[in-house]
Design a protein around this ligand. Structure first.
Ligand code: SF4
Ligand code: SF4
Length: 286
């Protein structure tokens, strides 16, 4: 049986918010009988794009994260609901029934992803149901996917075995790998949002002037473990990414032809720039 899955690529998302606007356009002021009651104009980011800035000038980047119902196969919201108010469809989509769920605030509290919102005026828990009414009308993908200009969002209707193969070959992972909710939203390049980097710039001397050192070899170690190797670019810059935040004491060792090597020890807390690492020219004959 083929089921729906959503794939979000952190590296391709520009944070344009088109997906957020598409969902607001679909649901604010619109009721879809049997699927969803209308979405309040404010305070209900059923689909949300979160933003995280890493590092500081001159080594800084911004990553975005798609956040919405994960359409869990083992859904805590379903277990918390009474009167069959939350159901898992055979195509993988989780739907909160807008009539049966009335008054059931415990459904909001049960979602570990914070993806269910309480509509005070209607006394109703609500979430993004994958645009189930459009899917049932034959749409090939939900509106956030259709609105995404970069391909950061993809909707795949495939058998679970095929999805496992795609996830493995593309390096997809769930939002929270340590949980067992068997979510149907997959993330690519998630470390761009969840992990930290360390960067630096290698500077040397050329004809009496300061110069960026390209092709310097940089090694990152933690204790006796080699974490990674990199080479500086034309601007002397290097970067190691996907490191665990607050993961202890590290060392970078920098070597480059014609220069004496240098080592730097540091404590890694958050993304940061190590600064300019100045290499001294080797004395001729050495
Ligand atoms: S993300 Fe929350 S609302 Fe969505 S299926 Fe899982 S538990 Fe339910
Ligand atoms: S529409 Fe696509 S690129 Fe724009 S914020 Fe949403 S996922 Fe990111």
């Amino acid at each position: 049986m083929k089921k729906w899955n959503l794939v979000f690529d952190v590296a391709l998302c520009t944070g344009c918010q088109n997906c957020v606007l598409a969902v607001k356009d679909e649901y604010v002021g619109n009721t879809f009988a049997g699927y969803s009651a209308e979405m309040p104009r404010h305070g209900h980011p059923w689909v949300d794009i979160r933003e995280r800035e890493r590092g500081r000038f001159p080594a800084v980047d911004i990553a975005h994260l798609f956040h919405a119902c994960q359409h869990c196969d083992d859904a805590p919201c379903m277990r918390a609901a009474q009167n069959n108010a939350v159901t898992k469809r055979s195509d993988g989509i989780v739907v909160i029934d807008p009539d049966r769920a009335k008054g059931q605030k415990q459904i909001v509290d049960a979602c570990p992803y914070g993806a269910v919102y309480w509509n005070e005026a209607l006394s109703l828990p609500q979430h993004w149901n994958f645009d189930a009414h459009l899917i049932d009308a034959g749409w090939p993908a939900p509106r956030p996917v259709q609105a995404c200009p970069t391909g950061a969002l993809r909707a795949l209707k495939v058998e679970d075995e095929e999805m496992r193969r795609i996830a493995q070959s593309e390096g997809l992972e769930p939002l929270e790998p340590d949980t067992a909710h068997r979510t149907r939203v997959y993330y690519r390049n998630l470390t761009r949002y969840t992990r930290v980097f360390v960067a630096g710039t290698v500077i040397g001397e050329e004809a009496g002037l300061e110069a960026c050192v390209a092709h310097a070899q940089v090694q990152l170690t933690r204790g006796s473990e080699t974490i990674g190797k990199a080479s500086s670019d034309a601007f002397g810059d290097f970067r190691f990414d996907a490191l665990e935040p607050a993961s202890g004491r590290y060392r970078v060792e920098v070597t480059a032809d014609g220069y004496s090597g240098k080592a730097l020890d540091f404590q890694l807390m958050d993304s940061h720039w190590l600064g300019e690492i100045r290499l001294a020219l080797q004395e001729s004959g050495k």
